[in-house]
Design a binder for this molecule. Sequence first.
Ligand SMILES: NC(=O)c1ccc[n+]([C@@H]2O[C@H](COP(=O)([O-])OP(=O)(O)OC[C@H]3O[C@@H](n4cnc5c(N)ncnc54)[C@H](O)[C@@H]3O)[C@@H](O)[C@H]2O)c1
Length: 383
Amino acid sequence: MIKVSIIGAGTMGTGIAQIAATKGHQVCLYDTFDGAVENSKLKLNKILNRLVEKERISKDEKENILSRINFTQDIKDVKQSGLIIEAIIEDLEIKKKIFKELENLVDKECIIASNTSSLSIASIGGACQRAERVLGIHFFNPAPLMPLVEIIPAVQTSKETLKNAKLIIDSWGKTTVLTKDTPGFIVNRVARPFYGEAIRIYEEGIADFATIDWAIKELGGFKMGPFELMDYIGNDINYTVTETVFKAFYYDTRYKPSFTQKRMMEAGYLGRKSERGYYDYSIDMPKPIKNRELGKRILWRILSMLINEAADALFLNIASKEDIDLAMTKGVNYPKGLLIWADEIGINNVLNVLKDLQEEYGEDRYRPSPLLRRMVKENKSFY
Ligand SMILES: NC(=O)c1ccc[n+]([C@@H]2O[C@H](COP(=O)([O-])OP(=O)(O)OC[C@H]3O[C@@H](n4cnc5c(N)ncnc54)[C@H](O)[C@@H]3O)[C@@H](O)[C@H]2O)c1
């Protein structure tokens, strides 16, 4: 079994190290900052203790998992790895620098991957002499629990690297989807309207946070409403992803961030972690207005925007229809794949909602994907 090294012992690095060690790999978990690996070890110990309490693993298994991980501040310990997954700070220049350094420490067969959420894999790979062994392997938080992993070959990535990386991640019991090296990959691109359109509906004064969340959960079957979810993710993190995707798409207005969320972030209303976000968690939650007609309008508007985004990703060959649907159900727990959902509710109905919105607002953000128009014209369905 190959040795796996993880660079960066933060939230994601610790989670990925837990998966690899649980699957029996020798793991090197490296971080440069004082206290980071110690913290990571404490956190992992706590998580594993909980798994022992719940009888998911035995005490011996827990000890074995921990004993397989070398928590280190010496980057040379990555030597002899078959796979390295980088999960450090989201900064292109710092990532490039570390990729250059890593490349000189391992054999030419070693795959070097980045867990970046938003940076281009081609640019990270560009820092390496042998960019054909570089690709994106994007886990979701919390990594040990979320089944989805996006696999992202860059233009430089070899077929062999892609095949071998996928084999390893599949062997860890993850659901892998293949996606093009474009901003947000699948999930962080297709999910944008879930947040953005919900905020827009609030900004227009159509409904409050609680009512929008209620509509999405009660009528749409989503586990969490957009505002609850943004508070859970953190308004700082969610806003940054939106802004990064917007800039990366050359300021396509479809991805335009909102002032509402920016102000939340600036005010320090980050969500659950700061006790206050869209909701104030120190007082009782506000009650939604349970008006089904209003709820349906909210759901249809957000859902049509999501389906449009999924259809456009398919139109531009970002991923297969199956992988787009899998990504949204396994990466962000949507109740159904968006494209199969479109078939069920009728693509013409989705197109009509989008056309109406575009006509009413005259904004490019509502432009329907050419694929939806084409499918309606040809009377086709996704499946
Ligand atoms: N948190 C998420 O929800 C999430 C989900 C998917 C992907 N990601 C991506 O994963 C990466 C890590 O995110 P995170 O949330 O785990 O961050 P984090 O801040 O929890 O952890 C980053 C770790 O990297 C270390 N680090 C920073 N610079 C370093 C360097 N030069 N060398 C070695 N270690 C260094 C830090 O000490 C820290 O421990 C980012 O690229 C992020 O975009 C995050």
